[in-house]
Ligand binder design. Structure first.
Ligand SMILES: Cc1cc2nc3c(=O)[nH]c(=O)nc-3n(C[C@H](O)[C@H](O)[C@H](O)COP(=O)(O)OP(=O)(O)OC[C@H]3O[C@@H](n4cnc5c(N)ncnc54)[C@H](O)[C@@H]3O)c2cc1C
Length: 415
């Protein structure tokens, strides 16, 4: 089949690679000058299978109230006269109900476990070198209430055979000795099977490998619309003309909903802005070996070769990617609070990206009401963790094979 993939982020590139391996003729349309230059560029680097929990959780409404008015709050909403933002936010709040959260967490976890398996296979087959680490993820807590929540989440995972280790106080130093300079840690949860790595290096190297397998990448091409004829798509309208295909896969991250709205498809994927900061490691002894999550400051930290990256904060403010200095600085301060002597803050590189979030958490994978239009989008906070399993599932749907895991909770039909 001739297949067009829209978007060359980690999700689009992995999808294109998988479809080419299955024998399809694949073209990728990307408006930027290369692969992985938007949200997949400088994310937190965590392959956090053991923390594949949706953000919409029972704890969030209370936290939002406490954070009101704080310029550096981990979650901030800037209201626009935007019906999509209001509708998405209300759906998000509904998904915070305990029963819904648990159900959504189950769907996310199944996909994350499949993805971990697929990531190993793809890295090997494509010979990827992306500062990958298999040293686990350590969540640290600086307040008892958050630690209690962390232990509940760990119990949920442990019940599903995901290895979790609870650490009290200074026991965290056994896993990560460089935390010795941090203050106020009351405990931690260690997930030894988690991983980390640079999503951009993965995406760009996999794109190069996909090209060798026959995928054609068209960069600097803006997709303007999807041309429908009857129950099918006739092609994709772009800044360089109409491209025809047997099938189209939408992997346009936070811009996906806009492309299908004219077709009458309500895709609740809305951007949630985040920030990251990357420092060169100047003192390896004081820098972490494992990847970490600070559950109170809501930041993640990954060691990427001789760099240290911290990422976090959520701002619901439409498609605006402007850098807010207070929020960017809050991420750097969070990193320095745990690892004050590891890197050079004067050489900090700041970045923002838009997480393509669904209100319930899991992405949208598979068929749509239009016969030859498929989706693989809405990966939110966990697109790097889930890209590889998502690509596998999408290729199975297109190939008419039984999916590796149940698509319930992952398909568009759930909305
Ligand atoms: C601060 C931050 C930290 C994060 N940390 C982690 C983490 O530690 N672990 C994890 O698993 N996930 C993390 N994520 C989430 C992860 O980065 C995303 O889920 C993932 O990158 C989404 O990939 P994508 O391919 O769907 O989107 P993108 O990377 O945004 O790719 C979509 C592509 O589509 C293109 N496109 C869009 N519209 C058009 C159009 N009309 N025409 C042509 N091209 C178009 C865009 O240019 C873009 O290249 C983080 C995100 C942020 C913001």
């Amino acid at each position: 089949m001739e297949i067009v993939v829209i978007g060359a982020g980690v999700v689009g590139v992995t999808t294109a690679w998988q479809l080419a391996c299955d024998g399809h003729q694949v073209s990728v349309l990307e408006r930027r000058e290369g692969p992985g230059l938007e949200t997949s560029f400088a994310n937190g680097g965590q392959i956090s299978t053991s923390h594949a929990l949706p953000w919409s959780s029972p704890a969030v409404p209370g936290q939002m109230m406490r954070w009101l008015g704080r310029a550096d709050a981990p979650l901030k909403i800037r209201w626009h006269a935007d019906r999509e933002q209001m509708a998405w936010s209300l759906r998000f709040l509904r998904e915070c109900l305990p029963t819904r959260h648990l159900r959504n967490a189950g769907h996310s976890l199944r996909l994350a476990l499949l993805s971990r398996q697929e990531l190993g296979r793809i890295r090997e087959e494509a010979g990827i070198q992306n500062d990958h680490r298999e040293k686990g993820i350590l969540c640290v807590f600086t307040d008892e209430k958050a630690f209690a929540h962390g232990r509940e989440a760990a119990a949920f995972m442990a019940d599903r055979d995901v290895r979790q280790e609870i650490l009290l106080g200074e026991e965290v130093l056994r896993i990560e000795p460089s935390l010795q300079y941090a203050e106020g840690i009351v405990g931690g949860v260690y997930s030894p099977d988690d991983q980390s790595g640079d999503a951009y290096l993965f995406t760009s190297q996999l794109a190069a490998d996909a090209q060798k397998r026959g995928v054609t990448f068209y960069y600097d091409v803006d997709v303007r619309g999807l041309k429908q004829e009857g129950a099918r798509l006739a092609g994709v309208s772009t800044s360089k003309g109409l491209l025809k295909a047997d099938a189209v896969v939408l992997c346009a991250g936070s811009y996906s909903a806009r492309l299908v709205k004219p077709l009458g498809i309500d895709l609740p994927v809305y951007p949630v802005k985040g920030y990251s900061v990357t420092l060169p490691v100047t003192n390896p002894e004081a820098a972490p070996e494992v990847s970490l999550t600070d559950e109170v400051r809501k930041i993640v930290i990954s060691r990427l070769g001789n760099r240290l990256r911290a990422a976090g904060t959520a701002e619901i403010t439409g498609h605006d990617t402007e850098m807010n200095d207070t929020r960017a600085r809050a991420v750097l301060d969070g990193l320095l609070a745990l690892f004050p002597k590891a890197g050079d803050p004067n050489k900090a590189e700041f970045w923002t990206g838009l997480r393509p979030m669904t209100p319930d958490g899991p992405p949208v994978i598979g068929a749509t009401p239009i016969e030859n239009l498929f989706m693989n989008t809405g990966h939110g906070t966990l697109g790097w963790t889930m890209a590889t399993g998502s690509a596998k599932l999408l290729s199975e749907v297109i190939g008419g094979e039984a999916p590796s895991i149940d698509l319930e909770g992952l398909s568009l039909a759930r909305y």
